[in-house]
Design a protein around this ligand. Structure first.
Ligand SMILES: Nc1ncnc2c1ncn2[C@@H]1O[C@H](COP(=O)(O)OP(=O)(O)OP(=O)(O)O)[C@@H](O)[C@H]1O
Ligand SMILES: [Mg+2]
Length: 486
């Protein structure tokens, strides 16, 4: 029940059940009332018929009784009562039965006793009521009518019938309701589920659209505003306004980073030129030379940082277009391999470079691709202790062109793997930027951007203490990937 649709259906069904129950109870009570009324009318008619028959028989025969002991109705008179389908009893003036019809005879003794007692006080007044039968049998409605025109003896007639004797009585109604109500509830539950689904569909569409705005780069998207003008339309408008504000602050932030790094570049260049000139100036004392040397080193790192920031800020703004050209990647790999060889030698590492013996043509920005490979290779060298090895391989695989940089270094803990491509993320931030493994944590962020800008992917596999393998897969030139010749 954790969806609005489920909850709507649930409450709808609960409300409907309550309505049906109230309606059903009211209907049942009403039906019972009118059943009693109908039955009473029928019994009154039958009793009246019996009284008049006794009357007329007396007028014709001058007696309706047989001279037996105990007395009973003459068979000729009684024959007419056998056709009455309800229970019929005729009493004398002392409350003794003169006649009972066939339906009465079929009852058990206790029930007959109750019916006989309905003769009531002597002489019997006319009455209607409900008689409770022993043994949990259905209660009877009865009508009693005094008879005084049928001789000295005949006192009253009683006609009785169980409540169920009415066509479609309350019991039938209850039975039908028990059968029909669950069906109605199931049907309306299903209907409610579909209706709620229909009502929720625009909300789900809106959710899907909002979900597509995944990061700062998709903030230019807007959700479609429904023409309905309802709450959802308002929500869509509100969301769009929020996206606008977010987009604005994101772009201000990016603009600020880009502008700040750009503004830093000129003074840095001037500074560096100055220091370089001082370094070659004859007569500079050696202590000053040493200080200038360290300053230059720091300045170079600062320059790199500013470059990286500028690259990422421009990439975010979409202002870092690739200068694509078709290239045989083997040349690039061999070139970076040489740099890697020199770097590795300084750190006491060995390197291997392997390329296929046929050209591997790919549409790339050579400068960026060089940067990508160099980032991976410098990491491999930086994070591999002396004695280890670094391997660079170019492979022409089925899924595309693979650039693989493998090292036998310190590796990356699995909890860290999801973060290594984040900006300014370093496995060991406690280590100073200038220590034995200098860096700021932007290299892999840039590498990932370059790979993706070329329509490629970058993945990593690593085990702490065993080494890491970075794999870049690029779409082949002229292949189905993006970046077709142009
Ligand atoms: N080959 C590797 N072996 C082990 N850890 C690695 C390797 N490559 C990257 N890392 C981990 O990922 C982190 C991020 O790498 P990234 O290249 O982005 O930053 P960096 O090398 O620390 O700094 P720089 O911005 O100078 O490249 C590193 O600090 C390191 O902890
Ligand atoms: Mg790095």
């Amino acid at each position: 029940m954790n969806t609005i649709r489920g909850r709507l259906t649930f409450w709808y069904t609960v409300a409907l059940t309550a309505t049906v129950l109230v309606f059903g109870t009211a209907l049942y009570l009403e039906r019972r009332q009118s059943s009693v009324r109908e039955l009473d009318q029928r019994l009154a008619l039958e009793a009246d018929f019996a009284r008049r028959w006794l009357h007329e028989s007396f007028n014709v025969l001058s007696t309706v009784l047989r001279p037996t002991d105990p007395q009973e109705l003459q068979p000729g008179v009684a024959a007419n009562f056998e056709g009455v389908r309800d229970l019929l009893l005729v009493f004398d003036r002392r409350g003794r039965t003169l006649y009972i019809n066939d339906p009465v005879r079929q009852l058990n003794f206790a029930a007959i006793e109750v019916l006989v007692s309905l003769a009531g006080a002597v002489p019997s007044p006319s009455a209607t009521g409900t008689a409770l039968l022993p043994g949990g049998e259905e209660p009877m409605r009865y009508a009693r009518l005094p008879v005084d025109g049928a001789g000295q003896e005949v006192g009253a007639v009683v006609v009785a019938a169980p409540l169920s004797a009415v066509a479609f009585g309350p019991a039938d109604l209850l039975r039908s309701m028990v059968l029909v109500v669950p069906l109605i509830l199931i049907a309306s539950g299903v209907l409610g589920w579909f209706l709620a689904g229909r009502a929720m569909r625009p909300v789900e569409r809106l959710m899907d659209e909002v979900q597509e705005v995944t990061d700062g780069r998709s903030l230019h998207r807007r959700v479609a505003v429904p023409t309905s003008g309802d709450e959802l339309a308002r929500l869509a408008v509100t969301l769009n306004a929020m996206f606008s504000r977010l987009e604005q602050s994101f772009s201000q932030l990016r603009r600020f980073t880009a502008d700040a790094s750009h503004e830093l570049k000129t003074p840095l260049t001037v500074l560096r030129a100055g220091i370089e000139r001082s370094l070659v100036h004859p007569g500079t004392p050696s202590e000053v030379l040493e200080a200038l040397d360290t300053t230059l080193e720091q300045l170079n790192q600062l320059n790199e940082l500013v470059d990286s920031l500028l690259t990422l800020a421009r990439a975010d703004e979409g202002r870092a277009p690739l200068a694509l050209e078709t290239q045989d990647l083997r040349a690039l790999v061999v070139d970076v391999g040489e740099t890697a060889g020199m770097l590795a030698e300084q750190h006491g590492l060995t390197t291997q470079v392997s390329v296929p013996d046929h050209p591997v043509e790919v549409q790339v920005d050579p400068h960026r691709m060089h940067q990508l490979l160099l980032n991976l290779v410098t990491n491999a060298v930086k994070y591999t202790p002396a004695g280890g090895s670094v391997a660079i391989a170019l492979e022409d695989a089925e899924e595309g062109v693979r650039l693989v940089v493998r090292d036998t270094g310190i590796g990356i803990a699995s909890v860290d793997l999801p973060h290594i491509f984040d900006r300014f993320w370093r496995a060991d931030p406690a280590r100073s930027r200038t220590g034995d493994r200098p860096g700021v944590g932007l290299g892999l962020a840039i590498t990932k951007w370059i790979a993706e800008a070329h329509g490629g992917t970058i993945t990593v596999q690593s085990r702490p203490g065993r080494g890491s393998t970075f794999v870049v897969v690029l779409p082949r030139a002229g292949g189905s990937g993006s970046g077709d010749a142009g």
